[in-house]
Design a protein around this ligand. Structure first.
Ligand SMILES: NC(=O)c1ccc[n+]([C@@H]2O[C@H](COP(=O)([O-])OP(=O)(O)OC[C@H]3O[C@@H](n4cnc5c(N)ncnc54)[C@H](O)[C@@H]3O)[C@@H](O)[C@H]2O)c1
Length: 281
């Protein structure tokens, strides 16, 4: 499908059955990519693959495949990325899977096992994805490659509602991404981080539930008066994945409706939100 923004690219997305990952899988597919959707949840993955296939351009022969992967297990990540060698090797890796545990708290109350679990998925998972991206780019003689790692705005600004393990894990994502960007710049391999605002996806919304006070504590800090939508992140990831961002490297793409630039936020009704392709439909 020449003319599409990711025509012929092989892409690998983790956390692909959830909010940002699924919306990104759809946009990648719409732009001509082959998409390997990886997630730990097999049931959600099957639904996600079927959803993505609905968005393929007509007559497309793109490969949209789901694979159960636990990103904290190197062997899972290695095998998944290596499976794309048969079709020319991966071009784009989106290390997006992450957790925010309900028992994550402050320095005093965060259990060590929650710290370790969070770091195994959010940090080691990104390391394994980045490592096997580099090995694959080299093995397949790629002269360009894009790796996008999901961090968070909490890696940039402090929050009085603490989730210390999560925050530290996302800070680590920024630091390792920046370093990899510099190490591999002359090979043509780019590494950038995505810093999403608090979003209207299950990761946060399930945790907030019906607690209006907890919601308001956050909403008051959003200039637009609303949580972000997954598709707003996916659009940024699409740009980072495509050759259009070819000179953008080692950066933090902050998609937050202005939250990290705000002091006193406006009052009144929230600005309208775009519709996702999958989530909330
Ligand atoms: N939702 C937010 O407010 C927000 C804000 C900033 C950053 N983020 C980050 O964005 C990323 C995506 O989050 P989302 O909001 O789309 O959440 P989500 O919960 O909707 O999706 C996350 C997906 O990751 C999968 N996953 C969890 N552990 C995994 C593992 N070990 N291996 C493979 N897959 C695994 C889940 O099954 C789920 O499908 C995460 O890294 C998250 O930390 C989210």
């Amino acid at each position: 499908m020449p003319g599409l923004r990711l025509a012929g690219k092989n892409t690998f997305i983790t956390g692909a059955a959830g909010g940002i990952g699924l919306e990104t899988s759809i946009l990648f597919a719409q732009e001509g990519a082959n998409v390997l959707l990886a997630d730990i949840s097999e049931a959600a993955l099957e639904k996600a693959v079927n959803k993505v296939k609905e968005f393929l351009p007509s007559g497309s022969e793109q490969k949209i495949v789901g694979l159960k992967v636990d990103v904290s297990k190197e062997e899972d990540v290695k095998k998944a990325i290596e499976s794309l060698d048969a079709q020319g090797g991966v071009d784009v890796v989106f290390n997006n899977a992450g957790i925010m545990h309900a028992d994550d708290a402050d320095a005093v109350d965060t259990p060590e096992k929650i710290w370790d679990l969070t770091h195994n998925i959010n940090v080691k998972g990104v390391w394994f994805g980045s490592k096997h991206a580099v090995l694959s780019f080299r093995r397949n003689n790629k002269t360009t490659g894009s790796v996008i790692n999901t961090a968070s705005v909490v890696a940039l600004v402090g929050s009085a509602t603490p989730q210390l393990a999560y925050t530290a894990s996302k800070g680590a994502v920024l630091a390792l991404t920046r370093e990899l960007a510099i190490v591999h710049a002359r090979e043509g391999f780019r590494f950038n981080s995505l810093c999403p605002a608090p979003l209207n996806t299950p990761l946060l919304q399930d945790w907030l539930g019906d607690d209006q006070a907890k919601r308001h504590r956050r909403e008051v800090h959003f200039p637009t008066g609303r949580f972000g939508e997954a598709i707003e992140q996916a659009r940024g990831v699409l740009w980072l994945a495509s050759d259009e961002s070819g000179f953008y490297n080692g950066q933090e793409l902050v998609i937050d409706g202005g939250m990290t630039k705000a002091y006193v936020t406006p009052e009144g009704p929230a600005a309208p939100a775009p519709k996702n392709n999958a989530f909330g439909q």
